[in-house]
Design a protein around this ligand. Structure first.
Ligand SMILES: [Cu+2]
Length: 143
């Protein structure tokens, strides 16, 4: 028992000493350079690679025309991070509405003119239709 007491007390003293030295070191570096260390940790690795969805360099814009009661091209293939823009130019209004849970975010207003964009961040196949003309369908494949 006394041995245990002694060792735990020694441990406590050691912990105190560590804490004290840490505080001292902290105080000392507060005046000098804590900011550069923080900045260094937040810098992302330069070798991101293709798997990084946040790499904006490869992002592309793809346009789908909404005209003559059809989406054209009806099937487009994009890469993660790419934005698809639907351009509405028909004499009747249309919309772009995703099919299924996965495509829930694809949900444009009903438009006759103008455009609507959606950026794809998750790979997969996204099917969509026009809510007013369900025969109008298209697919976006995200690689
Ligand atoms: Cu339509």
């Amino acid at each position: 028992m006394p041995i245990l007491h002694r060792s735990s007390r020694a441990r406590a003293i050691a912990a105190l000493a560590l804490t004290a030295s840490t505080i001292l070191a902290g105080c000392g570096s507060d005046d000098t350079d804590p900011a550069p260390a923080t900045t260094a940790t937040s810098v992302p690795g330069p070798t991101g690679g293709r798997a990084e969805p946040s790499a904006p360099a490869a992002a592309a814009a793809v346009t789908v025309n909404v005209d003559d009661m059809a989406f054209s091209p009806g099937n487009v293939t994009v890469r993660v991070g790419d934005t698809v823009t639907w351009t509405f130019a028909d004499s009747v209004p249309h919309s772009v509405q995703g099919i299924g849970d996965k495509a829930m975010g694809i949900n444009s207003p009903i438009l006759t003119t103008g455009e609507w964009s959606y950026t794809f961040t998750v790979p997969g196949e996204y099917r969509y239709l026009c809510s007013l003309h369900p025969d109008m369908r298209g697919t976006v494949t995200v690689e």
